[in-house]
Design a protein around this ligand. Structure first.
Ligand code: NDP
Length: 523
């Protein structure tokens, strides 16, 4: 078996790469330490995993929802029991602080399992439809398993993002096969080993490792649904591959979350929220605060307070110390941050604080704040995915709104104001899948609410009742209330008389609202 000698992230988003039989090494981004090795699985190996998952699903999918949920609570218990190990793995492999690994990853899945294992039997119960026209018939929708759900996930939340999809797949009676990012495979394998200890059918949830080609192989294996989370460009390729096979897919893609700070915002809370929302996970979150539009009346104070707060942040290896901001996943992300800063400064931005890579070992970048930013600069228009918060001063909320909407992305957005009614009115006009007032990042943890993007941030939703139903196949059954006559009036033979009655029927049903007027149409 050969060893793939490539820098973490060098092959991210690419198809092909090292041939099957090679191995991928996972290094800690905060120290450079080798954490483990995983195989690059071949297409045939991945096909075999999907086939085994399909067999396991056949027995799982026929169980009543309540029974599946009862069994899945064992997974919740195991995750909580192994929370410390999980946090350790995530912290070391991803380079994020333990607080974030616990709050944004482990807790979210423990809560999702607890909430939806209780709620799913109701959400997935057959739903009657009161037919408005065919009163002599009845309808209902019922929810059946898809089969095998493929999950392709990124490195930034290597546990909570894929496991939310896996749990929804299992609740709805499907099997799940996860292809994690090549950069964080050990977290996925840790989740799988915890799962294996629960006594749940082993092949029902599987992990396949490899590069982009492994994700393509998962699609080629003919999964029945795919949930993809990743960048816009990879998303286009994955959606096209799903389209070629007509595999239904959910696309959770990039974000460029704007934060609008109104003149009446609580400045201390807004400043702290900007710092937390901009630098949590070192800014490597799809819902990070990626641009701030601050009203001219509060702009200077806000920038000054954010600068002070950023000065208090401790950056370093989160597996060794209590730090606030951890590592950058791989060198490419640092280069992207440097390019954004260089471009912004060349076009007139002010460097308020930060701006530089920190010396190794490990990959760190100073939490950076830029002011005087405009939409001429890439930092305001392209996804940063790093620890940079750019500020723009605006004259009015309307200007902020129009700039917030001047983006090809629309995942999350934030509004800070003391006037909730005004904030809600603004929120409803922002082009984003979710808008949060006076808080940041919180909506991903509210797993009963839908999460997902509009515009090029993707389509479909994860979390929430509708996403759970959508993870299943919805099927419609229509049946008669009473034994019918031999022949329905709409059936053959077509005659002049029957057409006349149909015409009168159409007029009766649809001409005007008054019953007298409509009865007149029957004559
Ligand atoms: P990528 O798009 O590079 O990769 C995502 C996943 O797709 C990885 O597992 C990757 O494998 C796999 N992949 C790559 N090429 C292919 C292919 N041709 N066919 C199938 N699968 C493939 O994203 P990153 O991992 O770099 O994650 C960062 C991006 O994810 C950001 O843009 C961020 O905004 C977005 N994101 C969106 C979220 C949302 O909910 N909307 C949440 C979190 C992140 P490999 O790593 O082996 O290349």
């Amino acid at each position: 078996m050969g060893v793939v000698q490539f820098e973490k992230g060098a092959a991210v988003g690419t198809n092909g790469g090292p041939p099957a039989g090679e191995i991928i090494r996972s290094y800690a981004p905060a120290s450079g330490e080798l954490l483990g090795e995983v195989p690059v699985m071949s297409q045939n190996e991945i096909f075999a995993v999907v086939e085994r998952a399909r067999k396991a699903q056949a027995a799982w999918g026929v169980l009543p929802v309540a029974e599946r949920c009862e069994r899945l609570l064992r997974l919740r218990d195991a995750i909580v029991e192994h929370a410390e190990e999980l946090v350790e793995t995530i912290t070391r492999e991803c380079g994020k602080p333990r607080h974030e690994a616990l709050a944004h990853e482990v807790t979210i899945i423990a809560d999702l399992l607890t909430h939806y294992c209780r709620r799913a039997p109701d959400v997935l119960a057959p739903r009657p439809i009161d037919l408005h026209l065919f009163k002599h018939r009845k309808s209902y929708v019922h929810y059946t398993p898809r089969g095998v759900v493929g999950v392709i996930s990124p490195w930034n939340y290597p546990f909570s993002i894929p496991m939310g999809d896996v749990v929804f797949a299992l609740i709805t009676g499907s099997a799940a096969v996860l292809k994690p990012s090549e950069v964080t495979p050990l977290t996925a394998l840790k989740a799988k080993s915890i799962y294996n200890g629960t006594g749940l059918p082993e092949d029902l949830f599987a992990v396949v490792t490899g590069l982009g080609a492994a994700g393509q192989a998962l699609i080629d294996a003919g999964v029945d649904k795919l949930v993809f989370t990743g960048g816009v460009e990879t998303g286009r390729r994955v959606a096209a591959a799903c389209g070629a096979r007509l595999i239904p897919c959910v696309m959770e893609l990039g974000g460029k979350a704007p934060l609008i700070a109104c003149a009446d915002a609580d400045l201390e809370r807004t400043a702290r929220a900007i710092v937390y929302g901009g630098f949590s996970n070192a800014g490597q979150a799809c819902i990070s605060v990626e641009r701030v539009y601050a009203h001219k009346d509060v702009h200077a104070q806000l920038v000054a307070r954010v600068k002070e707060l950023v000065g208090e942040l401790r950056v370093g290896d989160p597996s060794k110390d209590y730090v606030d901001v951890g590592a950058i996943i791989f060198p490419k992300q640092i280069e992207i941050a440097e390019r954004h800063i260089e471009d912004a400064l060349a076009k007139g931005a002010e460097l308020v604080t930060g701006g530089k890579k920190r010396p190794g070992p490990g990959q760190f970048f100073e939490p950076t704040v830029l002011a005087n930013c405009t939409h001429e600069m890439t930092v305001m228009t392209e996804e940063i995915f790093g620890p940079i918060v750019p500020f723009a001063k605006v004259e009015s909320n309307e200007e902020a709104l129009s700039l917030a909407n001047a983006s090809h992305l629309g995942l999350n957005a934030y509004v800070f104001t003391r006037d909730t009614a005004k904030g809600r009115a603004l929120a409803e006009r922002i082009e984003a899948g979710s808008v949060v007032l006076n808080d940041v990042l919180v909506n991903y943890g509210a797993t009963d609410a839908p999460f997902g993007g509009i515009k090029q941030s993707g389509y479909g939703r994860v979390h929430g009742d509708d996403a759970l139903r959508d993870m299943a196949e919805s099927r419609h059954v229509n049946y008669n209330r009473f034994a019918g006559p031999e022949r329905d009036p709409l059936w053959y033979p077509y005659t002049g008389k029957s057409l006349g009655w149909m015409m009168r029927g159409v007029r009766f049903l649809f001409a005007g609202n008054g019953i007298i007027q409509r009865l007149g149409k029957l004559i």
